[in-house]
Design a protein around this ligand. Structure first.
Ligand code: ADP
Length: 257
């Protein structure tokens, strides 16, 4: 009788713990949902005034009577507005690919094209910085099932980070291959690397490394959060290998179509 009473007591305790945990999970989901909606609303509200600022900057640039100095100030304003626009776009995308965001519409995507487009985006920055880009694309199509724009952002974010966090004269290698039922995209750099502690937190929204060399570069900590979420919703995997001072390899595995 004692045993039965004891077992019953434990069962009740377990049920209560389960209920409490269930409640906590629901609350956390609701909070995450709220955060996603807040980010998206704020970003939307910032988009219109910024478009107006950029429109007026364009008009000012057309004026004839501007001095060289004023043109310099306008160019600086324009760069600031462009950067603001990129942060807003990142916030909107983050909300879109988040849990409460839009469902994924998956279509076959030839990753060779996506990688080639992403290389075009970073090529100018890389050459200005003296970073060599090696691109190895197979002769046959490597097709993943997913959203082309989202996968494109994964490639652009990984590649631009690789270029950004590599010192002048270093190199970045992009490689694409089919491995069984997976499309594998590998982006390696000989850059500043990421400590083991930071590797665990990387991809968390707004996380930036405290490594002084990384801090010296401007950024928001949104790029890899987007990468992670997009890969998750495509049922893929992200692997990171990195050593401080030696470089990093980011490997993306996506289900092949
Ligand atoms: P950020 O806008 O700061 O670049 P990300 O989300 O793209 O944001 O990256 C988060 C952090 O991860 C960066 O601040 C940087 O410290 C680190 N990181 C990302 N990619 C690399 C890389 N290829 N090499 C070294 N550090 C990197």
């Amino acid at each position: 009788a004692l045993d039965i009473g004891h077992d019953l007591g434990r069962a009740i305790l377990n049920a209560r713990t389960f209920e409490r945990e269930h409640h906590l999970v629901r609350e956390l989901r609701a909070l995450d949902d709220y955060k996603g909606r807040m980010i998206s609303t704020v970003a939307h509200e910032l988009k219109n005034p910024l478009a107006s600022v950029r429109g007026h900057l364009d008009l000012l640039e057309l004026a004839d009577e501007l001095s060289e100095e004023s043109r310099g100030w306008l160019a600086a304003l324009d760069r600031g507005a462009q950067r603001m626009g990129r942060v807003i776009d990142d916030l909107l995308l983050l909300a879109r690919v988040g849990e409460a965001g839009h469902p994924l519409v998956a279509r076959p995507v030839d990753l060779r094209q996506v990688v080639a487009d992403a290389v075009d985006v970073v090529a100018l920055t890389a050459s200005r910085k003296g970073v060599l880009l090696h691109v190895d694309l197979p002769a046959h199509p490597v097709t993943a099932l997913g959203d082309a724009d989202e996968i494109d952002r994964v490639c652009v974010n990984l590649l631009s980070n690789a270029v950004k966090y590599t010192r002048e004269g270093g190199s970045v290698t992009v490689d694409l291959a089919l491995a069984g039922d997976q499309a594998v995209l590998t982006c390696s750099d000989q850059g500043i690397g990421i400590s083991a502690g930071d590797q665990e937190r990387i991809g968390t929204e707004f996380f930036r490394s405290t490594n002084p060399e990384a801090v010296a570069e401007s950024g928001t900590g949104l790029g890899l959060a987007i990468v992670r979420r997009v890969i998750d919703r495509h049922h893929g995997h992200l692997e990171i290998e990195s050593e401080l001072g030696r470089g990093s390899t980011f490997r993306v595995r996506l289900p092949a179509a």
